[in-house]
Write a protein that binds this ligand. Structure first.
Ligand SMILES: [Zn+2]
Length: 427
């Protein structure tokens, strides 16, 4: 590696996308396209990085500090349910980049960071119409990567929604698509339906950076033996190999380190979302080695006195949850009402909240995800491209005449898929 600091200077100059340059003209924060992060993981090989859901400000601080310590490229994200127009977190699509930029400058970060809008959920035609103005507003606010998630819809509608909305995503931006909701062992994705989506997009000159599957895990707190199905993931990624797409893994909280290590070592996954575990750690709730909250016999969380928030604030959180009838995973709804209460805590408490996240994320990056020292690889990718725009990995293979709206609907009718039960699985 040549002179890191001159490379950093050059990458700051050419590697920040236009929306970031416009928003933060004098910033030293290396906010980049999600594509850059994916390329860095691919360059290292058998590596994935954390996409940390910044449900509160202290998660963002801790995750960024961990990335710097591990010299790893990283993604900070928030999902539509967490931080969209009707959200339960104070971090949202429109203030997340501002928070990251401020913290990165404050801490003197030199690692590249992408700002990802996760689960941009599309549940019908109205959401497609809304997306046409909402997606540009998010990029205006500093988003550099997005997951269009129409996986709640039938396969043909999912594909058509992606085709309709892709023009509203800048060419340079990271782009994830999803097949199958993340909901445990029901309705597992198949190579057939993943191929349907990716072939159809390819025919329309759309080349996603990532695909998310329902490969056997679930969001939130895990209470079953179900976990990520590694062989199924390998099979689907292999079936998609010629389209040059990486995997995005959702629902990692509650999968043990060994399973997550297998995902990074055996599949083409470069992005691993972690949400619930990080929120729990900022609060000081007891989690096991892989971040799954430990509940007592009454199904209550165990708060550790020397970790996270103060005992006084925790008592208020629990009382409020009881009043609202919130238990278990639904504690996530407490993020918005309590954000300002977190910020007003004494400094040493705020520092231990962020530090808890930092230590946990550092351990994942170094010991489990294999993303140590990927920051220089991201900078190399920018210098090699000579631009913030990495271009696409894939190129067109499919015949557009075979993927018209009519043919898409005909093909979908012939797919053999099991979508499993309906429900609310969107963050
Ligand atoms: Zn997810």
């Amino acid at each position: 590696m040549a002179n890191i600091s001159s490379e950093f200077e050059k990458a700051i100059e050419i590697g920040r996308p236009p929306n970031i340059v416009k928003l933060f003209p004098n910033s030293r924060a290396m906010i980049v396209s999600g594509k850059v992060i994916d390329r860095a993981m691919m360059a290292k090989g058998k590596a994935m990085t954390i996409a940390a859901n910044g449900r509160n400000h202290f998660v963002i601080r801790g995750a960024l500090a961990a990335a710097q310590r591990a010299n790893a490229a990283i993604i900070i994200e928030i999902a539509k349910s967490e931080g969209g127009s009707s959200a339960y977190c104070a971090t949202n699509f429109w203030n997340m980049a501002r928070q990251v930029d401020a913290v990165a400058n404050e801490l003197g970060l030199t690692v590249p960071v992408a700002i990802h809008a996760d689960h941009y959920g599309i549940k019908g035609p109205q959401d497609v119409d809304t997306g046409k103005f909402e997606i540009p507003s998010m990029f205006d606010a500093g988003i550099t990567s997005i997951a269009i998630d129409a996986s709640h819809l039938p396969d043909d509608e999912n594909l058509l929604a992606n085709i309709s909305l892709k023009p509203y995503v800048p060419e340079w931006a990271g782009y994830e698509t999803e097949v199958g909701e993340i909901k445990g062992k029901e309705g597992l994705s198949t190579a057939e339906e993943a191929l349907f989506l990716i072939r159809g997009l390819n025919a329309h000159d759309i080349f996603p950076d990532w695909i998310a599957l329902n490969n056997g895990t679930a969001h939130g707190i895990q209470d079953s033996e179900t976990g990520i199905q590694v062989p199924l993931t390998v099979e689907i990624h292999n079936a998609l190999a010629k389209y040059k797409i990486s995997g995005a893994q959702h629902g990692t909280s509650g999968n043990d380190s060994e399973r997550l290590r297998m995902i990074s070592q055996e599949t083409r996954t470069t992005k691993a979302n972690v949400a619930t575990a990080l929120q729990m750690i900022t609060w000081g709730v007891k989690v096991n080695e892989y971040g799954n909250a430990i509940l007592d016999e009454k199904g209550e969380f165990l708060k550790m006195p020397d970790k996270g928030v103060t005992e006084g604030l925790w008592a208020d959180i629990v009382a409020y949850a009881d009043e609202m009838g919130l238990k278990g995973g639904n504690y996530k709804k407490l993020n918005l009402p309590f954000e300002n209460r977190l910020h007003r805590l004494p400094r040493d408490i705020r520092e231990r909240m962020a530090k808890g996240v930092e230590d946990f994320v550092y351990g994942l990056l170094i010991d489990v995800f294999n993303s140590q020292d990927t920051a220089p690889l991201a900078i190399d990718a920018i210098l090699k491209a000579g631009s913030y725009d990495m271009g696409t990995k894939g190129s067109r293979i499919e015949d557009p005449a075979e993927w018209t709206d009519t043919k898409i609907r005909e093909r979908a009718a012939g797919l053999n898929v099991d979508k499993g039960r309906a429900g609310d699985f969107d963050d």
